[in-house]
Write a protein that binds this ligand. Structure first.
Ligand SMILES: O=C(O)c1ccccc1N[C@@H]1O[C@H](COP(=O)(O)O)[C@@H](O)[C@H]1O
Length: 214
């Protein structure tokens, strides 16, 4: 894989699927850029609206609170908006559906065979970024699986958030090979579903910094 030129001074980090106050405090202390709350109720990492209200209050200014949704109705999403800075759409949402909430958003795309990323970037033209995740039929995300990073074009009209099976072991290689705007990790920094592991989060953040030569 050739080394793409870095367009960013540093690789942003999002840790997703946090459900415990102590995990949020640790992630914030480690300097992550974004905290992800899974609001899709079928996930083992899902938080309720009440939990979202409590957990989001622990996140200080300048750390982005991201809400993850999978093909959910406006009636479900709207009450969550007060507690979120940005929306991650991880299903088959249309661009119009993503645009409907007056919040910054980005679109997750699962890297199934034949996916045309250039066409997707044009279609989701109002997205702040494209999050690229592994494809497993019937599972919308959070699989812990990687995909072939060489499928990502060197030049794409949207910033790339690289996700899918990232861990402290492979993230430096991912950052060097893809030069994404950001990396997103969930299962790779867990001790069990929904329970983040402080050491694994710290190792992940360290590896990204090293890959950035910071
Ligand atoms: O984490 C979940 O439970 C989840 C459920 C439905 C859609 C997406 C989900 N998580 C996102 O999946 C990617 C990759 O996660 P992993 O690091 O491979 O575990 C990431 O963007 C999570 O935000």
């Amino acid at each position: 894989m050739s080394q793409p030129e870095k367009a960013w001074a540093r690789t942003r980090i999002k840790i997703c699927g946090l459900g415990r106050p102590e995990d949020i405090d640790k992630a914030v202390a480690l300097g992550v850029d974004a905290i992800g709350f899974v609001l899709w109720p079928h996930s083992s990492r899902a938080v309720s609206l009440e939990q979202l209200a409590t957990l989001s209050a622990r996140v200080p200014s300048f750390v982005t609170r991201v809400g993850l949704f999978v093909d959910q109705s406006p009636a479900f999403i709207e009450p969550c908006l007060t507690y979120l800075d940005c929306l991650q759409f991880h299903g088959d949402e249309t661009p119009e559906a993503c645009d409907a909430f007056g919040k910054p958003w980005y679109k997750a795309l699962r890297m199934r065979d034949g996916l045309d990323l250039q066409a997707a970037a044009a279609r989701y033209r109002n997205a702040g970024a494209l999050l690229l995740d592994a494809y497993r039929p019937g599972v919308p995300g959070g699989t812990g699986e990687t995909f072939d990073w060489s499928r990502i074009p060197a030049s794409l009209a949207k910033p790339v958030i690289l996700a899918g099976g990232l861990t402290a072991v492979n993230v430096a290689q991912a950052v060097a090979g893809v030069a994404p705007f950001a990396v997103d990790v969930s299962g790779g920094v867990e001790s069990s579903p929904g329970h983040k592991d402080g050491e694994k989060m710290a190792a992940f953040v360290r590896q990204v910094a090293q890959a950035d030569n910071r």
